[in-house]
Design a protein around this ligand. Sequence first.
Ligand code: ZN
Length: 271
Amino acid sequence: MATGTTVSILPCGAMSTDITWLLLAPGRAMRTRQTKDQPAEWVDCPTHCVLVDTPDGRLLWDTSCPRDWEERWAPTGLQDFFPYDKVSEEEYLDSRLKQMGLSPGDLDYVVFSHLHFDHAGNAQLFKDTNAKLVCSEKEHEWCNTFDGPFNGAHLKADFAGLTFETVSGDTTDFLPGVSFIQTPGHTPGSMSMRVDLPETGTMIFTADAVYMGASYGPPTVPAAIVNNLEQFYSSVEKIRGLAEETNATVVFGHDANQIHELRTAPEGNYR
Ligand SMILES: [Zn+2]
């Protein structure tokens, strides 16, 4: 339990996308022969970051999408599948930090759940600051395995020239009350974050280990982008077990309903 620690969820607008990418749910996104003529179902895919203030340091969890997404993502072709087109000026990460009275240099750590372009999109904001950039060792290793500018939603421009510190295994009390949980499957090195707060209790931020409540189930529903399905399922159960044990609030990576039910910054936070 970390006295004096606060958690601020920074909503950063939304991408829009065909729900089939997010939920491979038979009868929902997958058309039957009776529904094959129905149009594709496009939904909001919201994105958020989390600011954790502790007595021993200030941490940002994930960095959302960049302002120049349309040009930056062009090599991948994914800008047409996941346009970041539901974002207002005050929702970009740099605006959100300003609303919290912060500039990139005020962060001690920027920790990445994984390095997909909608989580590492603003990593370059922290270049040449004192912020230490942190991701899992497995994610970092994997990002050095491919040639060319991108592989799926991993885009080298997001993290080129940056130095990362890595964590491996589950990391308890990285800062007071803040732990990282290895939850691979979505990508080789996807992590979730656990924060133990005196009033709220435990919060678990799943990032893309669990996209949304409908993915969590039970039953668990996978997504179109999964690096390793077996790891994906076992990571969801790892989160579920921990959540049940700690009676945690589980915050999903891209849940269009949940983000509006949470207490969000700059107005609200969790203590
Ligand atoms: Zn992802």
